[in-house]
Design a protein around this ligand. Structure first.
Ligand SMILES: [Fe+2]
Ligand SMILES: [Fe+2]
Length: 258
């Protein structure tokens, strides 16, 4: 310790020893669990949480009011189921499959706050629900990252959970999603959905191939119209397939397009 006299003021300078990161246990060497690992039973408990159901109902109601297709229990359950199946089929762990399942169930719940950036609002709304169920934080962050990034305008696919969610979500095109079906409608989204008789999703773990087969009634909408609204989505699906180590093949009315 040194003491200096400068004018009328005393300053005391204390020698501070050099501190290294090793002096602190900032990053523990062993991973400390921050909750329960995500297993099937836990994922199903979240799926049956009434708060989640209320969010899905509100979002579907809002999207009905602004003229969008169905985004309720049918869509979210289908996406959750397909995302989980896709992860398992391609040989990922059960834990990743349950992450993809919960990402599928929750990805659209923020729509009732506005369509814009609804991935981020969905993730924000779902966070306390996942915390309340005591899920481990590594699972929670992975699910929220997938949810926040599922829209093609802003989304970045970082890992398998996000990739499975995007593929399951973007391939849910079907006439049953149109609320007020009118084949003569001028709305291109409605017309393409009404025209879609089926849209299957399959994965071959040996060939490393993800395939979507779409059957369109071309009397209602043309293949060109399909591409007009779905090109950016299919680009995102292709990127997601690549992250999963697979090729992506799109077949429309028996014609291979990619
Ligand atoms: Fe969405
Ligand atoms: Fe969706």
């Amino acid at each position: 310790m040194y003491t200096y006299l400068t004018g009328y003021t005393f300053y005391t300078l204390i020698e501070i020893p050099l501190v290294t990161m090793d002096d602190y246990e900032i990053y523990p060497k062993q991973k400390i669990p921050t909750g329960k690992p995500l297993i099937r039973e836990l994922a199903l408990k979240v799926a049956n949480d009434p708060r989640l159901h209320a969010l899905i109902r509100a979002s579907d109601k809002y999207l009905d009011a602004i003229g969008y297709t169905e985004h309720g229990f049918r869509h979210t359950r289908l996406v959750a189921k397909r995302a989980r199946e896709l992860a398992l089929t391609l040989g990922h762990t059960k834990r990743i499959a349950e992450r993809a399942f919960l990402a599928g169930l929750t990805h659209d719940v923020g729509n009732f706050l506005g369509r814009h950036m609804h991935g981020i609002s969905s993730a924000t709304l779902v966070y306390p629900i996942l915390v309340d169920h005591g899920i481990e934080y590594d699972d929670i962050t992975t699910i929220l990252m997938a949810v926040a990034n599922h829209e093609e305008e802003v989304g970045v696919i970082v890992d398998e959970t996000g990739a499975c969610l995007v593929i399951a979500d973007k391939t849910d095109v079907h006439r049953s999603r149109v609320r007020y079906p009118d084949p003569t409608t001028q709305d291109i989204h409605d017309r393409v959905n009404i025209a879609t008789k089926s849209c299957s999703l399959t994965a071959d773990p040996v060939e490393r191939l993800i395939k979507t087969e779409v059957i369109i009634d071309t009397a209602i909408a043309s293949v060109m119209e399909y591409f007009e609204i779905f090109t950016s989505r299919m680009v995102m699906v292709r990127k997601s397939s690549r992250l999963l180590g697979c090729r992506f093949k799109l077949i429309i009315n028996d014609t291979e397009l990619s």
